[in-house]
Design a protein around this ligand. Structure first.
Ligand SMILES: NC(=O)c1ccc[n+]([C@@H]2O[C@H](COP(=O)([O-])OP(=O)(O)OC[C@H]3O[C@@H](n4cnc5c(N)ncnc54)[C@H](OP(=O)(O)O)[C@@H]3O)[C@@H](O)[C@H]2O)c1
Length: 304
């Protein structure tokens, strides 16, 4: 029986990956600081069970000395630091990064540039560790993730729209987006392990969704999926920018700075060609349902 360690197993991508691995007969050691009660299963001795280990990546005990694969579905920089230590041997590693590594590298916002730099440094560290450990390491970089009702963009938009019946955007929110479903990412992680190590090792793959659409159209599909559907109001851009500034100043809006506002007009488009060629990546078109945008019942109200 193949054995895997999955970091970030309680996250939206990790939670989609676990049942796939179990269905394929993997024995899984799942790590996160919080093991979700509703999906905790079995004990270390059960063949097809998930063995949950609680802990921060920096100090997690109880891991086996060697497994067939390690999957990282949590913060890439933490994982790269842990992996450099070589605590658990594995011939294959699949780690989720982000297309933010390129999108935010030239951002005017210090925090966004720092995030891009952290991701780039983490990737470099992983490639170097892969050579040192003689392992095939692959980085998967999703675009905008949705599908588990826990993402910070589309599910947040859905939550606001559900409460007010409307969502507001500037007229020119027409930058292209490629939202990608968590199950397509989980399938990509599994397909990466199934692909030959010499093909996918030492490579990073951008994983966009199966459709590119304008931000405004993406939001319209989210609003149409709700029950009852919500309406979209659009405002002239200067008026929208003023409303955002006021909401931020009054503490009613967090994390939507001028760079994020400007990006609503920018195309953030990535090519799936390499992933399609090497791992048969075939993401779905963007057809959200209310269930994909609603918080799962096992996630406590504070989101943790
Ligand atoms: N969401 C997106 O739109 C998006 C887009 C592109 C790339 N990505 C990348 O894809 C990966 C997974 O994203 P996601 O949205 O599925 O993440 P998520 O839902 O936020 O889950 C993150 C997971 O990592 C765990 N975690 C966080 N800090 C940890 C730590 N210090 N030690 C151990 N575990 C820790 C979390 O569990 P606990 O909190 O219980 O520890 C959780 O299981 C991340 O690398 C993310 O950057 C996400």
């Amino acid at each position: 029986m193949r054995e895997a360690v999955v970091f970030g197993a309680s996250g939206q991508i990790g939670a989609a990956l676990l049942p796939r691995l179990q269905a394929s007969g993997w024995r899984v050691h799942a790590v996160s600081r919080r093991a979700p009660v509703a999906t905790t299963q079995g004990a270390a001795g059960d063949a097809a069970a998930v063995h949950w280990l609680r802990g921060d990546l920096a100090h997690v005990g109880g891991l086996p000395a060697g497994v067939d694969a390690i999957f990282s579905c949590g913060p890439l920089d933490h994982f790269a630091r842990w992996y450099a230590k070589g605590t658990v041997a594995a011939p294959r590693v699949v780690a989720f990064g982000s297309t933010s590594v390129s999108v935010k590298q030239a951002s005017g916002d210090d925090a966004e540039r720092a995030l891009a730099a952290r991701l780039a440094e983490a990737e470099s560290r992983l490639w170097a560790s892969a050579v040192a450990h003689g392992a095939a390491v692959t980085v998967l970089r999703p675009t905008l993730v949705y599908g588990a009702g826990r993402d910070a963009t589309l599910s947040r938009i859905a939550a606001l729209a559900r409460r007010r019946g409307v969502f507001v955007l500037p007229h020119d929110a027409r930058g292209l987006r490629q939202p990608v479903h968590v199950d397509d990412l989980a399938a990509a992680a599994e397909a990466t392990i199934a692909a030959p190590a010499e093909v996918v090792g030492g490579r990073g793959y951008d994983l966009p969704g199966g459709e590119s659409l304008a931000y405004r159209d993406m939001v319209l599909r989210v609003l149409a999926a709700l029950d009852p559907p919500a309406a979209l109001w659009t405002l002239p851009s200067p008026l929208f920018a003023l409303a955002v500034r006021i909401a931020r100043a009054s503490g009613r809006l967090h994390g939507f700075g001028p760079q994020a506002l400007a990006r609503l007009r920018e195309d953030l488009v990535f090519d799936a060609g390499m992933a399609q060629r090497d791992i048969g990546y075939a993401p779905r078109a963007f057809t959200p349902t209310a269930a994909m945008l609603a918080p799962p019942s096992d996630v406590p109200a504070d989101g943790r």
